[in-house]
Design a protein around this ligand. Sequence first.
Ligand code: FAD
Length: 553
Amino acid sequence: MNKKLVIVGGVAGGATAAARARRLSEDIQIIMIERGPDIAFANCGLPYHVGGKICQRDALLVQTKEGMQERFNLDIRTEQEVLAIDRDAKTVRVRELETGREYDESYDALLLSPGAAPVRPPIGGVDHPAVFTLRNMVDMDRIKEAVDAGAKRAVVVGGGFIGLEMAENLRRREVEVDLVELLPQVMPPLDPEVAERLHVELRAHGVRLHLEDAAEQFKPAGDGLTVQLRSGATIDTDLVILAVGVRPDTKLAADAGLNLNQRGAIVVDDHMCTNDPAIYAVGDAIQVADPVLGGETMIPLAGPANRQARIAADNILGRDSTYRGTQGTSVVGLFGVTAGSTGASEKTLRQREIPFKKIYVHRGQHAGYYPGAEMIMLKLLFTPDDGRVLGAQVVGSAGVDKRIDVIAMAIQARMTVHDLEEVELAYAPQYGSAKDAVNIAGFVAANALNGDEKFIYAEELPPNAPETANWTLLDVRSPLEFETGHIPGALNIPLPELRTRWKELPAGKPVASYCGVGQRAYYANRILRTHGIDCTNIAGGLMTYSLVHPSEK
Ligand code: FAD
């Protein structure tokens, strides 16, 4: 049994490991060293204090230093930085940041949870004091101070989790927001048509989106800054939030000769152990196994960091615990809309040339007859042979987290779409439907696998493209719905009239039918097939089509 555990980093991974280690042993000496002034704070809540949603700053301190020391009998040293590891001597070199004093601390086991640092690209003016990044309470205080002092305009660079959460919270404070994103979409884990739903929401809440653009320079201008974009546009602003990603904070590990991957993440085994048997590592700083597609990946999320920390502490204290990998289950809220994803995205599957099938479901989050039903969009990705679930994305105003979590469990249990058909979920009208969106996704996916329905995808039917001429586009909604908007060139035969009017369809041409979400088109195709007509369903109906081909980009 180890006698002395030294932990580097005192927030998500570090604090969790310390508490777990103490629960497993009353004898072990535990020293937790943290560079910053705070430990165990809620990184994930930082944007919401800037926005005023979390009013009390102290609410973010999940544990205070004194409270945690007392409860778990820990030796916690804040505002001290571990500078170097001497693996032969089994010591770390520590500097007290206030005094500059340095000392060596010995260890039997060392656990690294140094996290990841915000990327600061080397562009002109990036060191201007009004260009902020957000990693900890100190960063948060600085941003909040700037907003409290009257900042009226902000440029958020980067449309990932932190960028979006900051955009929302700055709007909450009535700050004008321009959001600049290099990719054609925000939220890189999502596929573009799902992210489009967030673009709509951002614009509706006054965020000016600059997609496929980049900040190239920050120039001082009066009391603020001018942001020069690659497109040539310039934006005058009072502050910039730089949220273009994070990089593992692993210089310490690299200098100590621990194995890192090409992107600088610490390589660990499934016991969270590095190539040095006395050194463990967890959290945003490590490389993890991808349990869905195989291979390795890097996913900086709080849940994985906490679970890894528990597993590392188990192994340090002599238990045999293994980590299964990180499938990337995540969720983000934006102006009342929630977007969640788990497992592989279509983009990743395409990049890695992995065969897959996909379906879309648009359905109320609870029974339509009960007041307040809101539509959710669910995209499901699965293997084309046995239907194993590979990934899912869900977006909507309510009930998103429930569906994404259910499918996350299904992925972890290596379930198929047939299992989703059978999954039994809680139902009362205010919570769900007797056939939940997850069941429906299973039904639709099973139809796609067994040939009961064929799908064509909106991206295969670009507006006004010659390919469209090869198909008869059939809109089976009511004339009223058709008048409010339809795919150009579509023929309207409402579903109830199809049994008598199907002969109006041009002979010899395949039919691509659609309705609002795909359900009536499925019924229509069942009818058409009995007449020997080659027909497919435009997956996800007009709702998905309009996200794939938005009128405004
Ligand atoms: P951290 O929690 O960052 O802790 C690392 C600590 O190590 C730091 O405090 C650092 O000062 C210290 N350290 C580093 N090097 C040294 C050294 N040499 N000596 C001493 N101390 C050192 N994840 C989610 O799943 N959901 C969310 O909603 C979410 N929202 C987030 C919002 C924000 C604004 C941020 C910044 C992150 C968010 N995350 C979210 C990510 C989540 O916070 C991280 O995945 C998690 O904190 C990682 O834990 P960690 O222990 O690896 O690193």
